[in-house]
Design a protein around this ligand. Structure first.
Ligand code: NAP
Length: 525
């Protein structure tokens, strides 16, 4: 029997490493997280498996892969680890190195606190792929089904297994690699992850979208055309941005010119605050679909927990209290109808999101909120991770130039600038790439073709762990750029900013929006 406990690092040290790394877990379409490294138990004999698992748990593993076919599940039960075996595969691929050897168990988990420089990464592409044919298909079926995340196990050829680590790549090549090579592959997989994230609907949301708020009518068609040509596949729009018709013209032209097909794009729009009444929700999406010249939206969001009287202007005097559960029922009908392939919310605090999750039949797929290095939303992000709601980051560059804002500057933050200089990227690229590595999609707005391209150039490099750690040193501004202070009004149901944001705002901080809100509200009316 193994006697491993004395030599294992403390769980807290492993978890602190884990926290620093981007690859600690991935989100499943159930909403749960799968730890990115798990212990494989195939071929660990019944007499050894219990101690191996105990040692792995002590070392920080939180994912154990097992199967009745491995002939050792009874011992897993006695090691009390069944609750850890509930996570599956998503986004990229978790890795399941098997080892019953103490030193290797520790070696295999020490991959999370460092990364491989790009020049060495390039060498990995030279490794010959696909090595051999099946010999024991029943075992391969079990393993591949787990790794590919499919519900139905599909027979797959078993590859020769000279070592104890298996990775099924996104690119459908099957590799058996040694535990040493595991550490080389993980960053590649993480780069791939950054292109899109899986929603709890099973659809993917492209991780970078073009924001369209405040792009002038005359410029939005060209901006979208340029963005899609540059590679963007996600457009964030809203009836409130007053330019959806022009967005629709751009989409039509892109389809007619054969640049992309409808299915290639992910289009988001949002419910106008005057159409929260359940009977108005269907009409609201119909208006957006007509303007956008589309049959369906990929994502439709309640724009915020803010409501105005139907048919009125977006000014404080027209605010009325929300009834989110009733509005959500109507949103669910849209989802069932197929008009909206995913539904979600925007500007919801952790509490408001939890309240909605408690009554929703269809859980929200997305919460689109302000998020950037100076307003990192740690609490909300953790909630989103644990509940399977994807966090989509608006104002990821801090919305420089927005009317009335005098909030924190992201692009001139000294830490962001120093990281950008070290990586030879721009501060905007670093802010966006930080968002991707935190697991959120980012929605930068630009009407400028050069900056549109610059903002897209964030996929073939990454921020190493030591520089990622520096983002946690950035003083959190304690002020949202977008506090929506005008919503604090006797008729809105919100008497204080705390009512609106449920504590996720510093009410004592300096105002960031002007007293009369008129410049800001003009953006919506
Ligand atoms: P943002 O994307 O953080 O910043 C946009 C500003 O940054 C623009 O002034 C843009 O100017 C500039 N910019 C873009 N790329 C740049 C670069 N590489 N270097 C320097 N400056 C750059 O702010 P946002 O528009 O507030 O947010 C983005 C999108 O999120 C919106 O357009 C909208 O789609 C969404 N949003 C949603 C909500 C909501 O309530 N759900 C609220 C706010 C925003 P140029 O155009 O001149 O490049």
């Amino acid at each position: 029997m193994l006697s491993l406990f004395s030599l294992c690092p403390s769980p807290s040290s492993v978890w602190s490493l884990w926290r620093r790394g981007m690859a600690k877990s991935f989100i499943l379409n159930t909403g749960a997280a799968i730890p990115s490294i798990g212990l494989g138990t195939w071929q660990i004999s019944p007499g050894v498996v219990e101690d191996a698992i105990r040692a792995a748990l002590q070392a920080g593993y939180r994912h154990i892969d097992c199967s009745p076919r491995y002939g050792n599940q009874k011992e897993l039960k006695s090691a009390n680890v069944e609750e850890t075996i509930r996570w599956g595969i998503q986004m990229v691929h978790s890795v399941l190195p098997k080892s019953a050897n103490e030193a290797r168990i520790k070696e295999n988990i020490s991959i999370l606190g460092w990364s491989i420089p790009e020049d060495l990464m390039a060498k990995l592409s030279e490794i010959k792929q696909a090595m051999g044919e099946a010999s024991r298909p029943h075992q391969a079926t079990t393993i591949c089904a787990r790794i590919s995340g499919t519900n139905e196990p599909k027979p797959q050829p078993l590859l020769p297994c000279p070592a104890h680590t298996f990775v099924d790549s996104h690119f459908r090549s099957k590799l058996f690699i040694s535990s040493t090579l595991l550490s080389f592959f993980l960053p590649i997989l993480c780069l791939e992850m950054a292109r899109s994230f899986l929603l709890n609907t099973g659809a993917r949301i492209p991780s970078l979208g073009l924001g369209t708020w405040q792009i002038e009518h005359g410029a939005v068609t060209d901006a979208i055309y340029a963005a899609v040509k540059a590679g963007y596949r996600h457009i964030d729009s809203a009836v409130a941005y007053r330019n959806q018709k022009e967005v629709g013209l751009a989409l039509k032209k892109l389809f007619e010119d054969g640049v992309v097909k409808r299915d290639d794009l992910f289009i988001t729009s949002k419910l106008w605050p005057g159409n929260h009444a359940p009977e108005d929700v269907m009409e609201d999406i119909a208006t957006s679909l007509k303007d956008l010249q589309l049959d369906y939206l990929d994502l439709y969001l309640i724009h915020g927990p803010i409501r105005i009287k139907k048919g009125t202007m977006f000014i404080p005097e027209n605010l009325i209290p929300t009834d989110i559960p009733a509005t959500w029922r109507a949103m669910e009908k849209l989802y069932y109808s197929g008009k909206a392939r995913a539904i979600g919310v925007s500007n919801f605090s952790s509490k408001k999101l939890e309240d909605l999750l408690a009554v929703a039949h269809v859980p929200p797929a997305v919460n689109q909120v302000e998020c950037h290095p100076v307003w990192q939303q740690d609490k909300l992000r953790k909630l989103c991770h644990s509940t399977g709601v994807h966090l989509s980051a608006y104002s990821p560059l801090g919305s420089p130039g927005s009317p009335g804002y005098s909030g924190p500057s992201i692009l001139s933050n000294p830490i962001v600038i120093s990281i950008a200089e070290e990586l030879q990227k721009t501060p905007a690229q670093v802010a966006l790439r930080w968002g991707l590595q935190m697991g959120q999609s980012v929605l930068p707005k630009s009407a400028n073709e050069t900056r549109i391209k610059e903002n897209f150039d964030i996929f073939d490099w990454s921020i190493p762990d030591d520089l990622m750690a520096k983002f946690s040193l950035i003083k959190q501004a304690c002020v949202r750029l977008l506090k929506i202070e005008f919503a604090i009004h006797p008729q809105s149901g919100y008497n204080t900013l705390d009512d609106l944001w449920d504590g996720e705002v510093d009410t004592g901080s300096k105002r960031t929006e002007p007293e009369d809100h008129s410049d800001f509200l003009r953006c919506f009316s």
